[in-house]
Design a protein. Structure first.
Ligand SMILES: [Zn+2]
Length: 276
């Protein structure tokens, strides 16, 4: 049976801090949000899950769960200072299986069995992207609800386990929107363009920094309307969809990173929009 995400609200004033958590059962690949009550004398610093640290921005923290995280109980250790004394508070969470579907795809063989040159290129592009995602901008660009990058049918959800050409295994790291070549793509919220590039796997790619460790990505594009370093507004057309990179046909692949972790972009947007 599929376990539904229940919005559980936990209030704790017995243990020194008050907080609310969006969900204590989190599917792999999804995100939880913990909000803290602002109180005199208390400063929230960071939350730690196993060995990964998540910055608390003023009074909230995102806890993104990797797709590869196996179901288990985890402790979110909140580090805060109360009257200049360092303290911790443990918030238990449970990672549950996302129950993602499986699919088999056939793509151009050169995109699965890579030549030495392409391997080098893909690896260089990966390193460059990871460096971006692991950078947390102190600034927050977002102050209103996220929108969808286009109004179109979703053809593939986040998380599907994929087998390419019968051998290579991966998972679908974003949400696909049906889009014939040349469909305008809108930026889902305010931010700053941090990557505009034609890449091996993702083809024409744009990455937007929304601040506080949140990034959105737009792949397989045919035309760019923005430049790296440029500020963008929510709803602004950043370019046109296409069929570039490792694809089976034209579409927009839309994805999101939170504190370096690839997460279900639509679940993340739903979670954040409830607060905005
Ligand atoms: Zn995709």
């Amino acid at each position: 049976m599929r376990i539904l995400l229940l919005a559980l609200f936990l209030l704790s004033n017995l243990f020194g801090i008050r907080f609310e958590i969006s969900n204590t059962e989190i599917k792999n690949g999804q995100t939880a949000l913990i909000k803290f009550e602002k109180e005199d004398g208390i400063n929230y610093n960071y939350a730690k899950v196993e060995d990964k640290k998540y910055m608390i921005f003023s009074d909230y923290v995102f806890i993104p769960v990797s797709y590869y995280q196996k179901p288990k109980k985890l402790d979110v250790v909140v580090h805060y200072t109360k009257n200049n004394k360092e303290k911790t508070k443990i918030i238990p969470i449970k990672v549950v299986d996302g129950g993602y579907e499986k699919e088999t795809l056939k793509v151009d063989g050169s995109k699965v069995k890579l030549s030495k040159e392409n391997k080098k290129r893909a690896s260089k592009e990966y390193t460059e992207a990871i460096k971006i995602y692991n950078t947390t901008t102190d600034k927050n660009y977002v102050d209103s609800k996220f929108i969808m990058p286009m109004e179109s049918k979703i053809t593939s959800d986040f998380g599907r386990a994929r087998t390419f050409n019968g051998t290579f295994k991966s998972y679908h790291s974003g949400t696909d929107f049906r889009a014939k070549v040349g469909t305008p793509i809108r930026c889902v919220n305010d931010g700053k363009v941090v990557l505009v590039k034609d890449r091996f796997y993702s083809g024409g790619s744009i990455v937007v920094d929304h601040g506080h460790g949140v990034y959105t990505c737009y792949y397989h594009m045919s035309k760019f309307d923005v430049k790296k370093g440029q500020k963008v507004k929510k709803g602004e057309v950043i370019g046109l969809s296409g069929v570039s990179g490792r694809v089976t046909g034209p579409h927009l692949h839309f994805s999101a990173r939170v504190s370096g972790v690839q997460v279900d972009p639509l679940q993340f947007i739903k979670l954040v929009n409830k607060e905005l």
